[in-house]
Ligand binder design. Structure first.
Ligand code: PAF
Length: 280
């Protein structure tokens, strides 16, 4: 496994695979967990070379304290990746990725005005900046993204279509802990008390799924709000049931329209997001 931190070296390593093979790419911000490793294994299975980037991208953090406390442990990540069959780790510096400030403004339309986009202003612009830079550096045939970041996936598909990147976006299932908590690098920041409370987020989504065919959306939403009001530790930021393609909130379920329940919750200072497909 090669570990490189500059784009020229990375491109040299990938050159033989560009025409003949297939370059699989898994972008990450490190602090890897089983969710990331499942993406890497999928990439390894389906490509002649797999690149994993590890870079905590400052431009996508709207909250400086979130950036400061974001977990980083490159040596541990390297050990984990060695076991997956990953071929190349790309771990650039800020200067490598942003030799100059990136002033580009992306327009993701209505996809970015809701949920994460609404509560984390500028977040998706930062995601657009770094993902486009990483795609320019790696020029992957296939790029793997977890469905846990459901809105990010829609944003990235739009980025790829708007900028005509010749890359196939491969969505991968959410990986959960045995108690249902969606795996996330931020989980390791939870206090033991908050960690114990956190699976309530998934339990809520499962409950919503159970009721979604028989209860109106307005009453489902009211119940979720109340459940978190009654909860001693977790604070609801938003709960929405959205159309999978437009990401706009829906008022009624239609059997033919794919929709997903999306939630963001604060467990103390740690923000957790999760989602559950309702009518797949
Ligand atoms: O999903 C993430 O970890 C990040 O948003 C990504 C795609 C690696 C960009 O920094």
């Amino acid at each position: 496994m090669d570990i490189v931190n500059n784009i020229a070296k990375l491109q040299g390593l990938l050159k033989p695979h560009r025409q003949e093979g297939s370059i699989g790419f898994v972008p990450t911000m490190g602090a890897l967990h089983e969710g990331h490793l499942s993406l890497v294994r999928e990439a390894v299975k389906n490509n002649s070379v797999t690149v994993v980037s590890i870079y905590v991208n400052p431009t996508q953090f709207n909250d400086k304290s979130d950036l400061d406390r974001y977990p980083r442990d490159l040596q541990r990540d390297i050990k984990l990746l060695k076991k997956t069959g990953c071929d190349v780790i790309f771990s650039p510096s800020d200067r490598e990725m942003y030799p100059e400030p990136d002033n580009r403004k992306f327009d993701f339309g209505a996809l970015e005005t809701v949920m994460e986009g609404k509560y984390r202003p500028g977040h998706f612009n930062g995601v657009g900046q770094i993902v486009s830079k990483l795609f320019d550096a790696v020029i992957p045939h296939k790029a793997y993204f977890g469905l846990k970041d459901f809105q990010q996936l829609a944003i990235i598909k739009k980025l790829v279509s708007d900028l005509n990147y010749p890359v196939e976006i491969v969505p991968c299932a959410i990986v959960r802990e045995s108690d249902g908590l969606a795996m996330s690098s931020r989980n390791e920041l939870l206090s033991p008390e908050m960690r114990k409370a956190a699976p309530f987020v998934y339990q809520t989504l499962k409950d919503v799924s159970g009721k979604s065919k028989s209860h109106p959306i307005s009453s489902i939403k009211a119940n979720v709000k109340q459940a978190f009001k009654n909860h001693e530790l977790l604070e609801l930021e938003y709960f929405e049931i959205v159309n999978d393609f437009t990401l706009q909130s829906i008022d009624e379920m239609h059997p033919k329209t794919a929709c997903t329940a999306c939630i963001a919750v604060f467990a103390g200072k740690i923000r957790l997001i999760d989602n559950f497909q309702l009518n797949s």
